[in-house]
Design a protein around this ligand. Structure first.
Ligand SMILES: [Zn+2]
Ligand SMILES: [Zn+2]
Ligand SMILES: [Zn+2]
Length: 229
């Protein structure tokens, strides 16, 4: 059976498994060890990966060469998309929804199969084209990143990355401490608020129009903003 390509909103169990295998080979390639024995030992599902390996090879997505499992050009393209969707989903759920690793892994494993190219681009753009997932692994670039990459300015970034004089609007605050969120909101720091960064050291001084506010680095790291002008 030749594997299907492109966006598929309701993948079968076989298609999911195939995507998991491509994902695994991609990760092993990053780690520099694609030996077949490593593929087998790292395959997390209980069943024997051999029939799946044969399916991947039969579909022209990878080859077995010198004892190494290597992606074909077509397999690499497909793996890159899966890995990109998975790692973007991890980033979204860990940084924005603040889920713990167990939860975001489970959800990312669902999302990686069903996100359409359009939704994937929107998520990437919303997050500011993040270069790495929460595990520090490279997120393959998409066409949205290439477009914005030319300017090297992500749409949404941390307040702590602004330079003095920058004007920005708060998009979201990523804090898992509700007390902290309450405190910030009493100070006027809520999504939608327009601010100007006055100085970065020794603390971040924000100009909120009527008032000036000093916040520490850890808080500036949790406030995500979109530059204006
Ligand atoms: Zn999955
Ligand atoms: Zn990750
Ligand atoms: Zn992007």
């Amino acid at each position: 059976m030749a594997p299907k390509f492109g966006y598929n909103a309701s993948p079968t169990r076989e298609e999911r498994e195939l995507e998991h295998m491509l994902h695994l080979v991609w990760s092993l390639e990053e780690e520099g060890d694609q030996r077949m024995e490593t593929v087998v030992s790292r395959w997390e599902q209980n069943d024997d990966p051999q029939p799946l390996v044969e399916r991947v090879i039969g579909g022209g997505l990878a080859v077995l060469e010198d004892g190494e499992f290597r992606l074909s050009a077509e397999g690499r393209k497909r793996a890159e998309e899966i890995v990109r969707r998975h790692r973007l989903a991890e980033y979204l759920m860990s940084e924005v929804f603040l889920l713990d690793e167990d939860q975001y892994e489970r959800n990312a494993c669902e999302f990686e199969h069903i996100l359409s190219p359009e939704v994937t681009e929107s998520i990437c753009t919303l997050l500011g084209h993040p270069p790495v997932c929460p595990h520090g692994r490279h997120i393959p670039r998409g066409s949205c990143c290439v477009r914005y990459g030319a300017e090297v300015k992500p749409l949404v970034g941390r307040l702590s990355d602004l330079s003095p004089g920058d004007v920005a609007r708060i998009v979201f605050i990523s804090s898992d401490r509700s007390k902290q969120l309450d405190r910030l909101s009493t100070m006027g720091l809520t999504p939608g608020t327009l601010l100007k960064l006055h100085q970065r050291h020794p603390s971040f001084i924000l100009d909120l129009g009527e008032t000036k506010l000093a916040v520490d680095r850890d808080i500036a790291d949790e406030i995500y903003v979109k530059k204006v002008g």
